[in-house]
Design a protein around this ligand. Structure first.
Ligand SMILES: C[S@@+](CC[C@H](N)C(=O)[O-])C[C@H]1O[C@@H](n2cnc3c(N)ncnc32)[C@H](O)[C@@H]1O
Length: 580
């Protein structure tokens, strides 16, 4: 860059910075207006902020709240959807989003009551919605939720299960009548995408199964005869079976379809095809012959976990050390002694979300992401942004044999993995051996206490003999939702086929308690740095520890606390340790 170019860049940057500072000021003033209930003024200023920073998530969120209070539901929905686009991690806590959705689309709220009252009967579409699908079609927030995440909400799942049955019955009765479809094509496409995301976890009556099979056979026949297939038929079939399962689907993928159909074809044909291609590019770097590893591998080949759709917005770049210092102020963190680029191992990377997030967070790092499951690894590779791909090596390997690679790491992530091995502590010891001195580890392990309801549900499943197959999982979910073990419906993993198998049907699962973890850390020379808890829970716990003058690294106190709050580690014990 020459001097003239540099000056021009500085001037542009300077102007941009001034505009951003002004936008920050406008935002603060808008917030003050909103707090005083001066909603028109707040909205006017928020819109000016968006004129400068159109994708500012906080502004979209606040403006959406303002519009909701003003009763402008369409606008509110649009801005909530854009807030999610700016910060997809909002989808990780779906409860508040669903609460808003039910307000911006009141017909959904009414539908929840009607479907619940009729369940397990699937009411017809006109019984569920007074004005047909018009009240839902075109709603931006509903579209975002259906296409961006698993719908983790039982009452809404049932509404959409009934809606799907209604659509199938219409199309089966009158394949030529596509009026409903023309007006609600986007909504129906979004529902088909939701069904693929959750891997067809919605329960299916025998009549639906027969109709869906007949519809699929009709489409297959028409494709083979080179006869046209209606968008209505295609999208309805896609709500029940993945389109890639149609042998002749490739013939119509590139036709000029409406966007809703193109999006479904991309999701259900083009992306799975890409994963199949990528599978051949993942090297196997260790043998996989341990009996437990082989059983676990088979589960995750059939059901890669987790089925994530959108990663969160990239976190601000950091070094591992500064990240930990900010995360655990006061913890005894030692300098890491990283030589050049930090080496990170994601042991049991599954479908790649944490490998991608760690690569974004630590921009100097090189990552090795290893897993038993080729299907999970190809999912991970497909989801990896091109800019990160050169820094992440995805490999198929057994953790038990990673010592044969003769590599050492500054950070090892093994979250949700060790408890699926025959001897979690032996595997953890092996990984500790791969850490450089002062290297850190992020570990996630199941808590025996927190999983007591899951254990009971697993017992219920075993006694009733539900199989770990898609139909067995669907049946078990229905039975569980009507059983004393209904609390399992509160787990997000209940809402997708692979995720539910991971939660309730795992071929190998062990659980621990804090004293066992503490013993291991003491024996292996690992220092405990801190637990990773959801922010609101972490704040409450921190207050409690501070008031009692307990150090946050005192695992005996954490154990006491868990006895008092048995659901504290409902997701897992997730924590950081450092090699002494
Ligand atoms: C519950 S998933 C967790 C995935 C990922 N860590 C996450 O948190 O999203 C467990 C993963 O560990 C992998 N895994 C289990 N045992 C393994 C082993 N012995 N070697 C390598 N990977 C293993 C499985 O294949 C599976 O993908």
């Amino acid at each position: 860059m020459n001097r003239k170019q540099r000056r021009a860049a500085q001037e542009t940057g300077g102007a941009a910075n001034t505009a951003l500072a002004a936008a920050g000021d406008l935002f603060q003033r808008a917030v003050a207006h909103q707090e005083r209930g001066e909603l028109d003024d707040a909205a006017r200023l928020y819109k000016r902020v968006l004129g400068v920073v159109p994708t500012h998530g906080g502004t979209h969120n606040n403006l959406a709240q303002v519009r909701l209070t003003q009763g402008r539901r369409g606008d509110a929905s649009e801005h909530f959807a854009q807030a999610i686009d700016a910060a997809p991690e909002l989808l990780d806590d779906l409860g508040p989003i669903i609460a808003v959705l039910l307000k911006v689309v009141p017909a959904l709220s009414t539908a929840v009551g009607r479907v619940e009252a009729a369940w397990p009967r699937r009411p017809a579409l006109h019984e569920i919605f007074d004005c047909g699908l018009d009240a839902l079609a075109g709603d931006p927030l509903l579209h975002t939720v259906l296409t961006s995440t698993t719908l983790r909400h039982l009452p809404l799942e049932r509404v959409f299960t009934a809606m799907r049955a209604g659509l199938l019955s219409d199309v089966s009765a009158e394949p030529g009548n596509t009026t409903t479809y023309v007006r609600a094509l986007d909504l129906i496409g979004a529902l088909a995408r939701q069904c693929f995301i959750n891997e067809y976890v919605f329960s299916e009556t025998d009549a639906e199964t027969a109709d869906a099979n007949a519809l699929t056979a009709t489409i297959e026949q028409r494709l083979q005869n080179r006869e046209p297939v209606h968008a209505a038929q295609l999208l309805t079939a896609a709500m029940y079976r993945p389109l890639y399962a149609l042998a002749s689907i490739d013939a119509i993928v590139d036709k000029p379809w409406p966007k809703a159909v193109r999006d479904v074809l991309t999701q259900q044909v083009i992306e799975p095809r890409r994963e199949r291609e990528l599978r051949t590019t993942v090297p196997r770097v260790t043998a996989i012959d341990d009996a437990v590893s082989l059983r676990v591998q088979q589960q995750y080949e059939e059901n890669p976990y987790p089925r994530w759709v959108r990663a969160g917005a990239p976190p601000p770049p950091a070094t591992i050390e500064t990240y930990l210092q900010q995360r655990f102020p006061g913890a005894p963190i030692r300098p890491l002694n990283v030589e050049a680029a930090p080496a990170i191992l994601i042991a049991g990377c599954g479908t790649g979300r944490s490998a991608i997030e760690f690569a974004q967070h630590f921009p100097d790092a090189k990552l090795l992401a290893a897993d038993l499951s080729g299907a999970s690894l190809s999912y991970a590779k497909r989801k990896t942004p091109a800019a990160l791909a050169p820094r992440i090596d995805f490999v198929q390997a057994d953790i038990l044999k990673l010592d044969t690679l003769d590599r050492r790491f500054d950070l090892i992530n093994a979250s949700g993995v060790l408890h699926h091995m025959a001897d979690p502590f032996a595997a953890w010891r092996l990984l500790t051996g791969l850490l450089r001195p002062s290297g850190v580890m992020y570990i996630g392990l199941y808590s025996e206490l927190a999983r007591r309801d899951i254990v009971a549900a697993r017992q219920f499943i075993a006694e009733r003999g539900f199989a770990a197959t898609p139909s067995g999982i669907r049946e078990a979910r229905e039975a569980l939702a009507a059983s004393p073990f209904r609390s399992v419906t509160h787990s997000g993993d209940f809402y997708g086929t692979s995720d539910c198998r991971d939660l309730l049907f795992h071929v190998q699962e062990q659980r621990m308690a804090i004293p066992q973890i503490k013993d291991f850390l003491d024996r292996e020379g690992l220092a405990f740095l801190g637990f990773d808890l959801p922010p609101p829970i972490a704040a409450g716990v921190r207050e409690r520890f501070t008031a009692a003058r307990w150090p946050l690294t005192d695992l005996d106190r954490w154990h006491e606390l868990e006895q008092m709050q048995p659901d504290l580690f409902i997701t897992m014990y997730q924590f950081w340790v450092q090699k002494r």
